[in-house]
Design a protein around this ligand. Structure first.
Ligand SMILES: Cc1cc2nc3c(=O)[nH]c(=O)nc-3n(C[C@H](O)[C@H](O)[C@H](O)COP(=O)(O)OP(=O)(O)OC[C@H]3O[C@@H](n4cnc5c(N)ncnc54)[C@H](O)[C@@H]3O)c2cc1C
Length: 402
């Protein structure tokens, strides 16, 4: 394959003013041209042509390219300014998990509709009593004729209100230690008994939800991996989530929300702060962090292109990107001064929104404290954190009464 093939496809699919803006390298004009295009329909066509997931096998909706060629495709899509930030959970978390653990039937059934953006996905892991200690979760799946009956509550389920399917981790054997009694299912979000209730966030958006599961029937063919092997399957999802959140994933690129470190200098100039030595110091530190993060992500991408899994090293870039983004957005607020806390428009200005949203970066996908634990134990090989519940049957682990 040559990238020219993709460029020709885009030239045939995108409006002439968009193509002309790309040829002039005019980012603002690309953005204007993009506003008139139906993004969903564009992404659907991109998926049908196999360009959304170029490294997937052809039979699952890809083009069967190797990782190196797929990176060239991603770079070309970025050059054309094709928006990709939809169904990140489906593309970056569900798909690698299905590819690793799905049966042939499951892969052929679920993957093509992810590639074409026709089905969106959410992650049903966290619960009110299980976040960092995810393996302690209490949602139960009980075997019944033809499948499983699920009861429990999930929380912080991003995009569950729009999702067609959920990645569900549930307890199938409470008599076993907490990591051993879990199984992993694909949940139809439109099934009877699934109740999704949005949660309002600090910035006013409602992108995540509570999900109540009451006697939800999950067919036997929606079990992913073996019964009792849910923790191992979930680790694959979590590793890919960290890569996606750190910008090392194939979907989210280097975009981690809010203003980028590279924009700090022009903002400082606008605000007359570019000669202030303390500000210059802070900007330099953030630019160095951004450089290190890019290098870390490039290394992770290289490791993946050699066919290795995301691995525990993903915790390093996840930790770095979360902490870095919070520092960048805090500096933006500092540079904005009073304009960062008072404005005249109805909508929250984008830089303020970026600051508010960044607060979640050190929590979502595993907190920074947990990333440090993962790095200590699995990257540096330090002694494991003591866990009194390890090896104890889940039913015997003390937990708060409901
Ligand atoms: C924006 C956003 C989106 C999210 N989307 C999803 C989603 O789609 N699906 C999903 O399943 N979940 C989602 N989550 C949930 C997220 O994974 C959890 O919030 C996270 O794992 C932390 O769990 P918790 O909130 O229960 O906090 P806790 O686990 O209760 O932690 C509280 C504090 O204690 C610290 N702590 C806990 N244990 C340790 C330890 N062993 N060592 C050191 N410190 C510790 C934590 O770092 C934290 O500071 C999302 C969260 C956010 C903020």
């Amino acid at each position: 394959m040559s990238v020219d093939e993709l460029s020709a496809w885009l030239a045939g699919r995108l409006p002439p003013e968009w193509i002309a803006a790309v040829e002039r390298d005019d980012v603002a004009a690309i953005r204007r041209a993009r506003a008139d295009v139906d993004t969903r329909s564009l992404l659907h066509d991109l998926g049908i042509a196999g360009w959304a997931t170029p490294d997937w096998p052809v039979e699952y909706g890809g083009r069967g390219l190797d990782r190196g060629a797929a990176r060239l495709v991603a770079a070309e899509l970025a050059r054309f300014g094709v928006p990709r930030q939809y169904n990140v959970i489906g593309l970056a978390m569900a798909a690698p998990t299905l590819l690793a653990f799905g049966t042939e039937t499951q892969k052929r059934h679920f993957l093509p509709a992810i590639a074409t953006y026709d089905h969106s996905w959410c992650q049903l892991f966290s619960e009110p009593g299980a976040g960092s200690d995810l393996a302690g979760l209490a949602t139960r799946a009980v075997p019944v004729e033809g499948g499983w009956l699920v009861n429990g509550q999930k929380v912080w389920s991003s995009m569950a209100h729009e999702a067609d399917f959920g990645l569900l981790l549930a307890r199938t054997d409470p008599s076993l230690p907490k990591h051993d009694g879990l199984s992993y299912f694909v949940l139809d979000m439109h099934a009877p008994g699934v109740d999704v209730r949005p949660l309002r966030q600090l910035n006013g958006d409602a992108e995540f939800n509570e999900v109540f599961l009451t006697n939800v029937f999950v067919p036997a063919e929606h079990l992913l991996g073996r019964v009792g092997d849910g923790w191992r399957v979930a680790l694959t999802t979590l590793q890919n989530e960290r890569s996606a959140l750190s910008g090392a994933g194939s979907v989210s690129g280097s975009n981690i929300g809010g203003l980028k470190a590279g924009q700090l200098l022009s903002l400082a100039r606008e605000r007359g702060r570019d000669h202030d030595p303390r500000t210059r110091d802070q900007i330099a530190a953030r630019l160095i962090d951004a450089y290190l993060l890019r290098a870390g992500n490039a290394r992770a991408a290289l490791i993946r292109s050699l066919g290795h899994s995301a691995g525990a090293e993903g915790a390093v870039t996840k930790l770095m990107s979360a902490e870095h983004n919070k520092r960048v957005q805090a500096l933006v607020m500092d540079l904005l001064g009073a304009d960062g806390i008072a404005w005249l428009s109805d909508a929250t200005p984008p830089p303020v929104n970026g600051f508010l949203r960044a607060q979640a970066n050190t929590i979502e996908g595993g907190t920074s404290e947990i990333m440090r634990n993962v790095i200590g134990e699995r990257v540096l090989g330090l002694p494991r954190e003591p866990d009194a519940s390890r090896g104890v049957p889940w039913t015997d682990i003390p937990r708060a009464a409901k």
